[in-house]
Design a protein around this ligand. Structure first.
Ligand code: CA
Length: 248
Protein backbone atom coordinates (compact mmCIF):
# COMPACT_ATOMS: atom_id res chain seq x y z
CA UNK A 1 0.00 0.00 0.00
CA UNK A 2 1.17 3.53 -0.66
CA UNK A 3 3.06 4.71 2.35
CA UNK A 4 1.03 6.60 4.96
CA UNK A 5 -1.62 7.51 2.43
CA UNK A 6 -5.10 6.24 1.86
CA UNK A 7 -5.20 3.21 -0.44
CA UNK A 8 -5.55 4.14 -4.11
CA UNK A 9 -8.12 2.27 -6.13
CA UNK A 10 -8.61 2.36 -9.88
CA UNK A 11 -12.22 1.72 -10.88
CA UNK A 12 -12.57 0.52 -14.47
CA UNK A 13 -16.23 0.62 -15.47
CA UNK A 14 -17.91 1.97 -18.59
CA UNK A 15 -21.38 2.37 -17.11
CA UNK A 16 -21.04 5.77 -15.55
CA UNK A 17 -23.89 5.40 -13.05
CA UNK A 18 -22.32 2.23 -11.63
CA UNK A 19 -18.85 3.77 -11.71
CA UNK A 20 -19.93 6.90 -9.85
CA UNK A 21 -21.73 4.77 -7.26
CA UNK A 22 -18.62 2.67 -6.66
CA UNK A 23 -16.37 5.71 -6.44
CA UNK A 24 -18.74 7.50 -4.09
CA UNK A 25 -18.82 4.54 -1.72
CA UNK A 26 -15.08 3.84 -1.89
CA UNK A 27 -14.33 7.46 -1.09
CA UNK A 28 -16.76 7.36 1.81
CA UNK A 29 -14.69 4.49 3.21
CA UNK A 30 -11.64 6.71 3.05
CA UNK A 31 -10.06 5.32 -0.11
CA UNK A 32 -8.84 7.42 -2.95
CA UNK A 33 -10.61 6.28 -6.12
CA UNK A 34 -9.99 7.07 -9.74
CA UNK A 35 -12.08 6.19 -12.79
CA UNK A 36 -11.22 4.71 -16.18
CA UNK A 37 -14.12 4.35 -18.64
CA UNK A 38 -12.48 1.90 -21.03
CA UNK A 39 -9.77 -0.73 -21.13
CA UNK A 40 -7.28 1.42 -22.94
CA UNK A 41 -7.41 4.23 -20.39
CA UNK A 42 -7.28 1.60 -17.64
CA UNK A 43 -4.01 0.20 -18.97
CA UNK A 44 -2.54 3.68 -19.36
CA UNK A 45 -3.40 4.66 -15.81
CA UNK A 46 -2.47 1.32 -14.24
CA UNK A 47 0.96 1.35 -15.83
CA UNK A 48 1.76 5.01 -15.15
CA UNK A 49 0.51 5.38 -11.57
CA UNK A 50 0.74 3.21 -8.47
CA UNK A 51 -2.56 1.69 -7.32
CA UNK A 52 -3.25 -0.67 -4.45
CA UNK A 53 -6.24 -2.25 -6.13
CA UNK A 54 -7.93 -2.30 -9.52
CA UNK A 55 -11.69 -2.91 -9.68
CA UNK A 56 -12.12 -4.18 -13.21
CA UNK A 57 -15.33 -4.65 -15.20
CA UNK A 58 -15.11 -7.34 -17.90
CA UNK A 59 -17.21 -5.91 -20.71
CA UNK A 60 -15.47 -2.69 -21.60
CA UNK A 61 -14.98 -0.62 -24.75
CA UNK A 62 -11.68 -1.00 -26.65
CA UNK A 63 -9.95 -3.64 -24.50
CA UNK A 64 -11.96 -6.03 -22.32
CA UNK A 65 -11.25 -6.56 -18.65
CA UNK A 66 -9.73 -10.02 -18.99
CA UNK A 67 -7.24 -8.72 -21.51
CA UNK A 68 -6.42 -5.70 -19.36
CA UNK A 69 -5.69 -8.13 -16.53
CA UNK A 70 -3.60 -10.39 -18.71
CA UNK A 71 -1.54 -7.53 -20.15
CA UNK A 72 -0.84 -6.10 -16.72
CA UNK A 73 0.32 -9.44 -15.37
CA UNK A 74 2.50 -10.23 -18.36
CA UNK A 75 4.15 -6.83 -18.04
CA UNK A 76 5.03 -7.64 -14.44
CA UNK A 77 2.31 -5.55 -12.79
CA UNK A 78 0.90 -7.49 -9.83
CA UNK A 79 -1.52 -4.92 -8.43
CA UNK A 80 -4.47 -6.69 -6.79
CA UNK A 81 -7.40 -7.01 -9.20
CA UNK A 82 -11.08 -7.52 -8.39
CA UNK A 83 -13.00 -8.52 -11.50
CA UNK A 84 -16.63 -7.46 -11.86
CA UNK A 85 -18.48 -9.68 -14.23
CA UNK A 86 -22.06 -9.70 -15.44
CA UNK A 87 -21.39 -13.02 -17.07
CA UNK A 88 -21.69 -15.49 -14.28
CA UNK A 89 -20.76 -18.58 -16.25
CA UNK A 90 -18.24 -20.56 -14.21
CA UNK A 91 -15.93 -20.86 -17.22
CA UNK A 92 -15.66 -17.09 -17.43
CA UNK A 93 -14.92 -16.83 -13.77
CA UNK A 94 -12.21 -19.46 -13.92
CA UNK A 95 -10.78 -17.81 -16.99
CA UNK A 96 -10.72 -14.48 -15.19
CA UNK A 97 -8.90 -15.92 -12.23
CA UNK A 98 -6.47 -17.70 -14.53
CA UNK A 99 -5.59 -14.45 -16.25
CA UNK A 100 -4.30 -13.35 -12.88
CA UNK A 101 -7.21 -11.64 -11.14
CA UNK A 102 -7.30 -12.00 -7.38
CA UNK A 103 -11.03 -12.14 -6.88
CA UNK A 104 -14.26 -11.60 -8.75
CA UNK A 105 -17.83 -10.56 -8.12
CA UNK A 106 -20.89 -11.13 -10.27
CA UNK A 107 -23.06 -8.11 -11.00
CA UNK A 108 -25.41 -7.04 -9.56
CA UNK A 109 -23.72 -7.36 -6.19
CA UNK A 110 -24.33 -6.25 -2.67
CA UNK A 111 -22.50 -3.05 -1.78
CA UNK A 112 -21.51 -4.22 1.69
CA UNK A 113 -20.04 -7.38 0.24
CA UNK A 114 -18.17 -5.40 -2.40
CA UNK A 115 -16.62 -3.18 0.25
CA UNK A 116 -15.69 -6.23 2.34
CA UNK A 117 -13.94 -7.82 -0.64
CA UNK A 118 -12.09 -4.57 -1.34
CA UNK A 119 -10.95 -4.42 2.25
CA UNK A 120 -9.80 -8.05 2.14
CA UNK A 121 -7.81 -7.54 -1.05
CA UNK A 122 -6.14 -4.42 0.27
CA UNK A 123 -5.17 -6.27 3.42
CA UNK A 124 -3.65 -9.08 1.41
CA UNK A 125 -1.87 -6.65 -0.92
CA UNK A 126 -0.25 -5.13 2.12
CA UNK A 127 0.57 -8.57 3.47
CA UNK A 128 2.26 -9.75 0.30
CA UNK A 129 4.34 -6.59 0.08
CA UNK A 130 5.49 -6.77 3.68
CA UNK A 131 8.42 -8.86 4.71
CA UNK A 132 6.83 -12.18 5.34
CA UNK A 133 8.51 -14.13 8.08
CA UNK A 134 6.44 -17.17 8.88
CA UNK A 135 7.27 -18.93 12.12
CA UNK A 136 7.91 -22.31 10.75
CA UNK A 137 10.41 -25.07 10.97
CA UNK A 138 10.16 -25.30 7.21
CA UNK A 139 11.96 -22.01 6.86
CA UNK A 140 15.56 -23.01 6.83
CA UNK A 141 18.70 -21.12 6.17
CA UNK A 142 20.96 -22.84 3.70
CA UNK A 143 23.30 -19.97 3.14
CA UNK A 144 24.65 -17.16 5.20
CA UNK A 145 22.93 -14.34 3.35
CA UNK A 146 20.22 -12.03 4.72
CA UNK A 147 17.68 -13.40 2.30
CA UNK A 148 17.39 -16.62 4.28
CA UNK A 149 14.99 -14.92 6.68
CA UNK A 150 12.32 -14.72 4.03
CA UNK A 151 13.34 -17.78 2.14
CA UNK A 152 11.73 -21.20 2.25
CA UNK A 153 14.10 -23.95 1.16
CA UNK A 154 12.97 -27.47 0.32
CA UNK A 155 14.76 -30.16 -1.64
CA UNK A 156 16.68 -28.58 -4.50
CA UNK A 157 14.47 -25.51 -4.53
CA UNK A 158 13.63 -22.36 -2.66
CA UNK A 159 11.01 -19.63 -2.62
CA UNK A 160 11.74 -16.07 -1.57
CA UNK A 161 8.64 -14.42 -0.06
CA UNK A 162 10.16 -11.00 -0.29
CA UNK A 163 11.20 -10.92 -3.92
CA UNK A 164 8.60 -13.50 -5.12
CA UNK A 165 11.45 -15.28 -6.84
CA UNK A 166 11.90 -18.99 -6.75
CA UNK A 167 14.48 -21.49 -7.80
CA UNK A 168 12.50 -23.99 -9.85
CA UNK A 169 13.18 -26.79 -12.31
CA UNK A 170 13.28 -24.06 -14.96
CA UNK A 171 15.75 -21.98 -13.00
CA UNK A 172 14.98 -18.65 -11.39
CA UNK A 173 11.40 -17.49 -11.99
CA UNK A 174 8.97 -15.04 -10.42
CA UNK A 175 5.97 -16.74 -8.86
CA UNK A 176 2.45 -15.40 -9.22
CA UNK A 177 0.67 -13.88 -6.26
CA UNK A 178 -1.47 -17.01 -5.87
CA UNK A 179 1.42 -19.44 -6.15
CA UNK A 180 3.32 -17.51 -3.53
CA UNK A 181 0.30 -17.36 -1.20
CA UNK A 182 -0.36 -21.11 -1.50
CA UNK A 183 3.28 -21.89 -0.75
CA UNK A 184 3.10 -19.61 2.25
CA UNK A 185 0.10 -21.49 3.66
CA UNK A 186 2.04 -24.74 3.09
CA UNK A 187 5.13 -23.35 4.77
CA UNK A 188 3.20 -22.41 7.86
CA UNK A 189 1.90 -25.95 8.32
CA UNK A 190 4.44 -28.38 6.90
CA UNK A 191 3.53 -32.11 6.85
CA UNK A 192 -0.09 -31.37 7.69
CA UNK A 193 -3.18 -31.85 5.58
CA UNK A 194 -4.42 -28.60 4.14
CA UNK A 195 -7.86 -28.73 2.56
CA UNK A 196 -8.84 -27.12 -0.71
CA UNK A 197 -11.50 -25.16 1.17
CA UNK A 198 -8.87 -23.81 3.49
CA UNK A 199 -6.78 -22.67 0.55
CA UNK A 200 -9.84 -21.12 -1.10
CA UNK A 201 -10.55 -19.29 2.12
CA UNK A 202 -7.02 -18.10 2.88
CA UNK A 203 -5.68 -17.44 -0.57
CA UNK A 204 -8.79 -16.60 -2.59
CA UNK A 205 -11.13 -15.57 0.24
CA UNK A 206 -13.78 -17.67 -1.48
CA UNK A 207 -14.53 -20.34 1.16
CA UNK A 208 -17.95 -21.15 -0.29
CA UNK A 209 -16.96 -21.18 -3.91
CA UNK A 210 -18.42 -24.37 -5.38
CA UNK A 211 -15.51 -24.96 -7.71
CA UNK A 212 -12.14 -25.82 -6.25
CA UNK A 213 -10.57 -26.03 -9.71
CA UNK A 214 -8.77 -22.73 -9.17
CA UNK A 215 -6.81 -24.36 -6.36
CA UNK A 216 -5.94 -27.38 -8.46
CA UNK A 217 -4.69 -25.14 -11.26
CA UNK A 218 -2.22 -23.43 -8.96
CA UNK A 219 -1.10 -26.80 -7.59
CA UNK A 220 -0.46 -28.01 -11.14
CA UNK A 221 1.79 -25.05 -11.84
CA UNK A 222 3.59 -25.42 -8.50
CA UNK A 223 4.25 -29.06 -9.25
CA UNK A 224 5.59 -28.13 -12.67
CA UNK A 225 7.97 -25.79 -10.92
CA UNK A 226 9.06 -27.96 -8.02
CA UNK A 227 8.46 -31.60 -8.83
CA UNK A 228 10.67 -33.72 -11.08
CA UNK A 229 7.76 -36.11 -11.46
CA UNK A 230 4.30 -34.59 -11.00
CA UNK A 231 2.76 -38.07 -10.69
CA UNK A 232 5.04 -38.98 -7.81
CA UNK A 233 5.41 -35.66 -6.02
CA UNK A 234 8.06 -35.32 -3.39
CA UNK A 235 6.94 -32.05 -1.81
CA UNK A 236 3.33 -31.34 -2.76
CA UNK A 237 1.34 -34.48 -2.00
CA UNK A 238 -2.33 -34.95 -2.78
CA UNK A 239 -4.58 -36.17 -0.03
CA UNK A 240 -7.35 -37.77 -2.00
CA UNK A 241 -10.69 -35.98 -1.82
CA UNK A 242 -9.40 -33.57 0.80
CA UNK A 243 -6.49 -31.44 -0.25
CA UNK A 244 -2.74 -31.40 0.00
CA UNK A 245 0.19 -32.02 2.25
CA UNK A 246 3.44 -30.11 1.89
CA UNK A 247 6.60 -32.00 2.75
CA UNK A 248 9.62 -29.70 2.82
CA1 CA B 1 -19.35 -2.91 -18.81
Amino acid sequence: MSKSEEPRILVVEDEEAIAQGLIFNLERKGYSAELALDGEVALEKATSQPFDLIVLDVQLPKIDGFEVCQRLRSSGNFTAILILTARDQPDDVIYGLKTGADDYMVKPFDLAEFLARVEGLLRRAEWSKSNVRPDSAAISSNSGSDSTETRLAFGNYWVDFKTWQAKTRDGLVELSRKELAVIKVFAERPNQVITRRELLDKVWELPNHPNTRVVDNVIVSLRKAFEENSWRPRHIHSVRGVGYRFVP
